[in-house]
Design a protein around this ligand. Structure first.
Ligand code: FAD
Length: 313
């Protein structure tokens, strides 16, 4: 059975949940082989076997000091060495760039914002606010598939991964952009937005930079906080929390939108959420078309009551 390469998404050696989801998807296609770039303990690498990694390729940690290009070069070289059936990466901003560059190097095709993938390498995409499902398949070469976090449930497997060191000669082109500084974004005890099981987002309807109504509900649910672009552009909430076409893509089990109209650009970032709840004073707000539940009313009255009820439980 051919290998399926999975690029491990980790922050300073801590593996992100999406990696388990990618390994689960890879098991349907062939033998999952993880690709680890950067520093990380042997224990963290071996733990990938819990989700079916049969092998972990580890490249020199210095590759992490360059922007994106070395990862694409590494994946393309591994595909050539192993005749891999597919490459899976997470559909994050960086993951999508790695996917595109890798596909160019391989002369193959790239599929992004994928929400499911079959053993036959048919990828499913959810578009137009979740109203349309499309299926696509790469027709030439090894497909490079970028899968959205939270789209495919992670299922544990049994096994023990062998860790294999890979030495990679980087081309000069791969070394053209070096990371000179990493700036830690604002730290919070809340879950990471793209990985959270529940997201509570606030929009222009919040009305000011006092986002405490959104944050309190989020904290009562152990959720991440998101924001619409209108809220971010107004300076009410930091840019890193924007959900949508030009922000983050989320796919949680539950997405609660407070005072968000549901413009297509916002939907693009949250339409694959499993359950959508809208609180809006306008019964005609477009977001209601894709919501499972809606509360029509003033969010400043509805939300504190909701938070209070949840805190009682
Ligand atoms: P509005 O559209 O103004 O909606 C506010 C909503 O709050 C209304 O439905 C109103 O009924 C409701 N409301 C008001 N007061 C209350 C209250 N007290 N209680 C309950 N409800 C209330 N947008 C994004 O979000 N993410 C993106 O990534 C993004 N990218 C974009 C990219 C491009 C190229 C462009 C052109 C636009 C992009 N936008 C994006 C902007 C998008 O088009 C919308 O302008 C934006 O999403 C609107 O945000 P909003 O829903 O918070 O505000």
């Amino acid at each position: 059975m051919a290998e399926v390469l999975v690029l491990v998404d980790h922050v300073d050696g801590e593996v992100k949940k999406v990696t388990a989801e990618l390994l689960t998807a890879a098991r349907r296609i062939g033998e999952p082989a993880a690709v680890w770039v950067g520093d990380g303990s042997d224990g963290a690498k071996a733990s990938l076997a819990e989700y079916g990694a049969e092998k972990v390729y580890t490249a020199p940690a210095e590759l992490n000091d360059y922007v994106v290009a070395p990862k694409a070069e590494l994946l393309a070289k591994l595909v050539e060495q192993t005749s891999a059936a597919a490459v899976l990466v997470s559909a994050t901003t960086e993951g999508k760039e790695v996917a595109g560059r890798t596909a160019v190097k391989l002369g193959s095709g790239v599929l992004t914002d994928v929400v499911d993938v079959t053993a036959e390498l048919v990828a499913e995409h959810s578009i137009f606010g979740g109203a349309t499902i499309t299926h696509s398949k790469v027709r030439t070469g090894t497909p490079v598939i970028a899968v959205r976090p939270n789209a495919i449930p992670a299922e544990p497997a049994e096994g023990a991964a062998a860790i294999e060191e890979v030495s990679v000669e980087m081309s000069d082109a791969a070394k053209s952009a070096k990371v000179v500084e990493r700036v830690q974004q604002e730290q919070s005890d809340r879950p990471e937005l793209t990985e959270a099981a529940i997201v509570v987002s606030g929009g222009r309807g919040v009305g000011s930079d006092d986002f405490s109504v959104v944050e309190s509900l989020a904290d009562s649910l152990g959720a991440a906080v998101g924001a619409s672009r209108a809220a971010v552009d107004s300076g009410w909430y930091p840019n890193q929390f924007q959900v949508g076409q030009t922000g983050k893509t989320v796919s949680p089990n539950l997405y609660i939108a407070l005072g968000i109209s549901g413009a297509i650009q916002h939907r693009a970032g949250m339409q694959t959420s499993k359950n959508i709840v809208a609180v809006n004073k306008d019964p005609e707000a477009p977001l209601l078309e894709i919501s499972d539940f809606a509360v029509i009313g003033d969010l400043h009255k509805v939300t504190p009551q909701l938070t209070e009820e949840i805190e009682k439980r």
